[in-house]
Design a protein around this ligand. Structure first.
Ligand code: 5GP
Ligand code: MG
Length: 182
């Protein structure tokens, strides 16, 4: 059974993603010239976007990663923990967080608070996808750079999974509801 046949609709094509990343790259290259940023990725949904995005940010930089997990097995509880922390000392450094999707905001809010405690010079957020309709009340955090604002639908591909599958689809698609309602 192919992955493609479980996709109801391609929301953002490979080409649209590529073009948008190039545009964001120009903006981020200007923003971070001479700032020697630390570019932080939150695993693992971000890996595909991360790999493409960093190659369009044409400044000297360092790469590092964090891995979060939730306390319980279920999501959206708001209780997260750091499963793997940064290896880089970010005190006094300019930090750029790359994210796959800004949904309820729970994980980005947690990530920013966690990194803030380390005393960086600045923290900015660049998210490929933003689903503002889903934001949890009380989250005032905003992304500094957004690839695409999308409607409230569950999407997969380009790093995003359903049950750890579909991350390797080259586009962002909407999963057929019958796939996860079974
Ligand atoms: P948050 O709700 O904390 O903003 O997002 C937490 C995580 O939920 C994201 O990093 C992502 O892994 C996952 N997530 C949120 N919305 C979607 C979606 O539409 N599709 C997929 N595959 N994952 C999502
Ligand atoms: Mg996920």
């Amino acid at each position: 059974m192919s992955m493609e046949q479980n996709i109801a609709q391609i929301l953002i094509t490979e080409e649209q993603i590529k073009n948008r990343i190039r545009e964001l790259g120009e903006v981020l290259t200007a923003e971070y010239a001479d700032k020697d940023p630390v570019i932080v990725g939150v695993l693992k949904g971000v890996v595909v976007f991360y790999a493409d995005m960093i190659r369009e940010i044409r400044v000297p930089c360092q790469l590092d990663f964090m891995w979060l997990s939730s306390y319980a097995g279920t999501n959206s509880t708001g209780s997260l923990l750091v499963r793997q922390d940064l290896k880089t000392d970010i005190r006094g450094r300019h930090v750029l967080i790359l994210e796959d999707i800004f949904d309820t905001g729970t994980s980005l809010d947690f990530t920013v608070r966690h990194l803030q405690e380390k005393g960086p010079a600045s923290i900015k957020i660049c998210t490929l996808l933003d689903k503002p309709e889903r934001r949890r009340p009380g989250i005032t955090l905003q992304a500094d750079y957004v690839g695409f604002t999308i409607p409230n639908a569950f999407v997969v591909g380009y790093g995003l999974d359903y049950d750890e599958k579909y991350r390797n689809l080259p586009y962002v698609g909407i999963l057929k509801p019958e796939v996860y309602e079974k």
